[in-house]
Design a binder for this molecule. Structure first.
Ligand SMILES: Nc1ncnc2c1ncn2[C@@H]1O[C@H](COP(=O)(O)OP(=O)(O)OP(=O)(O)O)[C@@H](O)[C@H]1O
Ligand SMILES: [Mg+2]
Length: 260
């Protein structure tokens, strides 16, 4: 397991994320377990694993163990009991977020975009704002898109069992989805992505959930609840939501473009 070697700085935002260099020579954005935000780290972990399976452009991530003596040097961090597990996401340098870029002429990884949108609907990610995509400049007005910040899948960073039964079942307002939808060339991308989501082995989903560290306090009932809701939504809810998204967001955008 990689070990932290140098503290860099606190990142912007409400998640209490910190930039830390590890002994593999790379910088990671580390999110710390935090009272009031109990599901942030489990949500990030599950999203990372499922996102990678689906080929989402999500930065490499790891569960890391940070010694108490290292964490004690970090400003604004509540005291931690012991060496503890945290979530680390490889820092992608030289990125802008979706708010900072007004002119996106092209995206270099368009084939991943439909999967990002379906992923958000599948997991009930209520926080795909323009701040939660990163744009890495690859040429004049041309960017590679990255997805970050999955703290609010399953509707919120502190969900409890009943919340899993009331995840969004409607088209969500998301400027980031609108932006992505502009660059998806073919509706077929959505259908292909749905098929991949629906065929992820159940055992794999169970394994991902089982790997959540015990000190993140996700109960056995909650772990089971996560698997159940993912299976139910991918079969019963996601196909309908995909249809609504195509109708309400994707097609109007492309019809407008075709006429212009
Ligand atoms: N892998 C990464 N590479 C580069 N920057 C990152 C990465 N992950 C997160 N960041 C940046 O770190 C900050 C905090 O990240 P993130 O959005 O995950 O957490 P947050 O605190 O929940 O933010 P928000 O205010 O959107 O809720 C943001 O400024 C984000 O752009
Ligand atoms: Mg964010």
């Amino acid at each position: 397991m990689i070990k932290p070697v140098a503290y860099r700085r606190k990142m912007e935002g409400k998640s209490n994320a910190h930039l830390i260099t590890f002994d593999d020579g790379r910088d990671y954005v580390v999110k710390y377990f935090r009272p009031g935000f109990e599901k942030t780290l489990p949500n990030e972990w599950i999203s990372y694993c499922l996102g990678r399976y689906l080929g989402l452009p999500i930065p490499v991530a790891k569960i890391v163990k940070i010694p108490q003596e290292f964490s004690s040097q970090i400003p604004d961090l509540p005291p931690l009991k012991d060496d503890s597990y945290q979530f680390a996401s490889l820092f992608i340098p030289n990125c802008l977020d979706g708010h900072q870029v007004t002119d996106v002429e092209s995206i270099t990884n368009p084939s991943t975009l439909a999967s990002i949108i379906l992923f958000d609907y599948w997991l009930g990610n209520t926080d795909r704002t323009r701040k939660n995509i990163l744009l890495e400049e690859k040429g004049a007005d041309s960017y590679q898109l990255w997805t970050i910040d999955h703290a609010e899948v399953f509707s919120t960073y502190n969900w409890e069992m009943p919340d899993l039964d009331s995840l969004p079942e409607r088209v969500m307002k998301s400027a980031a989805h609108q932006l992505m939808a502009r660059f998806i060339r073919n509706e077929e991308d959505f259908h292909a992505s749905l098929e991949i989501i629906q065929t992820i082995p159940i055992l794999l989903i169970e394994e991902i959930v089982a790997l959540i560290p015990d000190d993140w306090n996700v109960t056995a009932e909650e772990r089971k609840g996560i698997v159940t809701v993912l299976l139910r939504r991918r079969d019963k809810i996601l196909p309908k939501l995909m249809g609504s998204f195509l109708k309400k967001v994707y097609r109007p955008l492309h019809q407008k473009n075709d006429n212009s």
